[in-house]
Design a protein around this ligand. Structure first.
Ligand SMILES: Nc1ncnc2c1ncn2[C@@H]1O[C@H](COP(=O)(O)OP(=O)(O)OP(=O)(O)O)[C@@H](O)[C@H]1O
Length: 771
């Protein structure tokens, strides 16, 4: 077999031919950006045009405008996303097919709308991620195209068919060159997408069918977060009809983390996603308080659901025997038996507390009316009651209008809000073991409740138990709807009138031209008008506690409490979920345990479990140290057996180090100064009690509850560091860290790790190179 080196055919040298390949790709990319520009201009003009039409003021025009603006705004967002790294790959198939692969799909402006670049999520793009020499999937050659802005900087070709004799001059000796370059790049404080380098094991998770629950487990840096985000992008692409309407919810541990990952989906052209931390999942409330670990554990426990349910029943009281309600026709006796019966009937409805209340009230009013009628209409000689049905109805109205009767009903079965119920419960927790009650009790005089993240699922549970008493809101909405229908009918009538005018002289009755009244009725038109809500599905979902999401992705899922799982399952009735986590990184005391114990109550055994085993973040030298620390901490426990650290995909040759000191802030500041001038970001990870002193020594560091992660130096506590990564990490006083916190802190670095300490090092870290 002879191999055809580049340029052999044309008589030019290999370098020239390689340059020629670059030039051709650059031409293609230039043409692509030109087309992108046209499409953007088109979408912009469509929005402008639609807004201009709206000036005409007709309802139909407004309707069309809303649809156009919404559609084109989405198109524009996607096109804007294409600005960076628009095209990053090319697939040449053995059958002659040839496709460029990009962040978004773009078509030519021809009659067939020929694809110019294929969206990375399309099926035809799959070999880009999955093909190997062993299973080439019909590929002849796979090309990675690296760009800076709009300029092509490098091509990396992989020959999938070794019998192929054609060479381009860009065949890399190492197929992982592009991946390693991405992993080695300096960090920016924001997560980036990985469309160019998704690995096969990750691709299978990203494209897994969206029905059911999928658990993705993997050690630090295995790409769980980034894979979950690409899965969201893929699902929105593959099931746009459903998911764009129902939105995807992504739950991450805290707002700083959400800020860190927040740019990935927009960069992939996707905006139909709501990102929220557990403290933000009850609309209208932002959790700003903190719980003790014991309180968080109790509040998160499944027993809280029963305790709250029992507490709601406690609020459906019985009166003291002999309770009377003053009434203009004489006192009414509110007998416990009457109330017991009314309460029974109301509870039998199985409605939530506030919605069952009218049933309770109705029965009380009925019983008191009967009592009054017996008294007022009684025949002293024992004959039948004098009062007829009309008289009794009048009496009933008077009882129902009585303030005293209302007050008595409100006392026995009050209307409650979730906030009131939970605040009252926390002031005097009941139906819990005393030690648990003591852990969560708020002292009276603590001022208004400052809600914590662990309170959010309690509020949600309370809202479920109470039910929204939205009858007034519903009545108002219906009145408004009737008004819209009347308005829409007016529009249709007008349209009909103008049609008669327009088609004058033609046979109206038999005309085949359809008018607006043939296509749409007033009610439908009114409803469609109502749907023209300019908020995106994600925005509407954020404001609606009862919103049912199309898919939910939970990051750091191992941290969530049983109560939080109840909340999330309510938000996703279809149970279409992707849960990612690492049990070895569990820090929260209220977290729920094994995946089985979390999921079985909701989906039985209908869930899938996959593992990611390659660490793309932490170099081997650092991963070894982190694994040694965790192994030492686990020694002698069953976890030691099960622990399997991820394999690092690269090593840097830079050994992690430790420094013993008498002056922690000074030593940390000096270590930070030594790093000055290196590219990227540095994090100091220390327990909160050191932050003041450390910040005094590091005045330029960003710290606090919402640190700016793009700042060159950031000061974090171990919990804040979860899920994040930095080029350099300095861990201060590791002896003060819990086991999993230490493991998290040690695995945040992409390049360099140092440990500064005054106290003895925790077991497993003794082997660090000393400074
Ligand atoms: N295929 C890939 N190509 C390029 N970079 C990747 C790839 N997979 C993962 N990475 C990078 O590896 C780093 C770690 O990924 P990620 O944060 O998603 O891991 P994780 O499993 O969630 O980690 P942890 O549990 O420690 O928070 C990120 O910088 C991510 O972009």
């Amino acid at each position: 077999m002879s191999i055809q080196v580049p340029g052999e055919e044309s008589g030019v040298g290999p370098d020239r031919a390689a340059d020629e390949e670059m030039r051709r790709e650059q031409e293609f990319i230039d043409m692509l950006y030109e087309r992108l520009g046209e499409l953007r201009a088109g979408a912009g003009a469509a929005v402008q045009g639609a807004l201009a039409v709206a000036d005409a003021g007709t309802m139909q025009a407004r309707l069309e405008r809303d649809v156009t603006v919404a559609e084109q705004a989405g198109v524009l967002a996607a096109l804007d996303a294409g600005e960076h790294g628009l095209c990053f790959g090319r697939l040449s198939f053995r059958d002659g097919a040839d496709h460029h692969i990009g962040r978004i799909g773009i078509r030519r402006d021809d009659a067939a709308h020929t694809p110019l670049v294929i969206d990375w999520r399309a099926d035809v793009a799959r070999p880009f991620y999955l093909a190997t020499g062993h299973t080439p999937m019909g590929l002849r050659r796979r090309r990675h195209i690296s760009t800076e802005g709009r300029r092509v900087t490098a091509l990396h070709d992989e020959l999938m068919d070794l019998a192929d004799t054609v060479r381009t001059g860009h065949e890399g000796t190492d197929a992982d060159t592009v991946l390693l370059a991405a992993l080695d790049a300096a960090r920016t404080g924001r997560m980036h997408d990985i469309v160019q380098t998704i690995q096969a094991e990750q691709d299978r998770i990203i494209r897994a069918p969206h029905r059911g629950v999928m658990v993705v487990e993997g050690g630090p840096g295995t790409g769980k977060t980034v894979v979950a985000l690409h899965r969201a992008a893929y699902l929105l692409y593959a099931h746009r009809e459903v998911l764009a309407r129902r939105a995807v919810l992504i739950v991450g541990p805290n707002p700083a983390f959400l800020g860190y990952i927040g740019e990935v989906l927009p960069a992939l052209g996707e905006t139909g996603v709501l990102l929220a931390s557990p403290g933000e999942l009850f609309p209208g409330i932002t959790a700003t308080g903190t719980d003790t670990p014991e309180a968080a554990a109790v509040k998160g426990g499944a027993a809280m659901a029963d305790a709250l349910a029992a507490y709601v029943r406690d609020r459906q009281r019985l009166p003291e025997p002999g309770t009377v309600v003053p009434h203009e026709d004489g006192d009414l006796l509110l007998d416990p038996d009457i109330v017991l019966e009314a309460r029974h009937q109301a509870r039998e409805t199985k409605l939530p507390h506030n919605l069952a209340r009218p049933h309770f009230a109705f029965r009380i009013i009925d019983a008191l009316t009967a009592q009054l009628a017996d008294r007022l209409g009684a025949d002293p000689y024992g004959g039948p009651n004098f009062l007829g049905p009309d008289d009794i109805a009048q009496l009933g109205k008077a009882v129902a209008a009585s303030h005293e009767v209302h007050a008595a009903i409100a006392d026995l079965w009050p209307v409650l809000t979730p906030q009131e119920l939970v605040a009252d419960f926390l002031a005097e927790p009941v139906h819990l073991p005393e030690v648990d009650a003591a852990a969560i009790r708020r002292e009276s005089g603590d001022g208004p409740v400052e809600w914590t993240a662990a309170d959010i699922p309690l509020l949600d549970e309370a809202a479920e138990l109470l039910g929204d008493d939205d009858s007034a809101a519903q009545a108002a909405a219906e009145a408004e709807r009737q008004e819209r229908i009347a308005y829409a009918q007016g529009v249709i009538d007008l349209a009909y009138a103008s049609r008669t005018h327009e088609f004058e002289g033609k046979d109206d009755e038999d005309s085949e031209v359809l008018g607006v009244q043939d296509l749409i009725d007033a009610e439908l038109l009114a409803d469609r008008q109502e749907e023209a809500d300019h908020r995106t599905a994600a925005e509407r979902a954020a404001a609606d506690r009862t919103w049912a999401f199309g898919h939910i992705i939970v990051d750091e899922a191992q941290e969530l409490s049983a109560m939080m799982w109840r909340l999330l399952m309510r938000r996703c009735p279809t149970r279409s979920m992707t849960l990612v986590g690492d049990p070895a990184q569990t820090a929260e005391p209220g977290s729920c345990g094994t995946w089985e114990s979390i999921l079985t109550p909701y989906v039985g055994d209908r869930w899938e479990h996959v593992r990611l085993g390659v660490n793309y973040r932490t170099p081997a030298e650092i991963m070894e140290v982190a694994a040694a620390a965790l192994r030492a901490a686990y020694a002698g426990t069953p976890q030691a057996e099960a622990f399997e650290p991820p394999r690092s995909v690269r090593s840097t040759g830079v050994p992690p180090w430790s420094e013993h000191t008498d002056d922690l802030p000074r030593a940390v500041a000096e270590a930070v100064a030594r790093e000055a001038g290196t590219e990227g970001r540095l994090a100091v990870i220390a327990q909160q009690q050191h932050h003041e002193a450390l910040l005094a020594a590091l005045p330029a560091a960003s710290a606090g509850p919402a640190p700016d992660l793009t700042s060159p130096v950031v000061l974090l506590d171990p919990r804040q560091a979860k899920g994040l990564e930095f080029d350099t990490v300095l861990v201060a006083e590791p002896a003060e860290f819990g086991v999993s916190d230490l493991y998290v802190a040690l695995t945040r670095a992409t390049q360099r790790l140092g440990v500064v300490h005054t106290q003895p090092l925790p077991a497993g870290l003794e082997g660090l190179t000393t400074r």
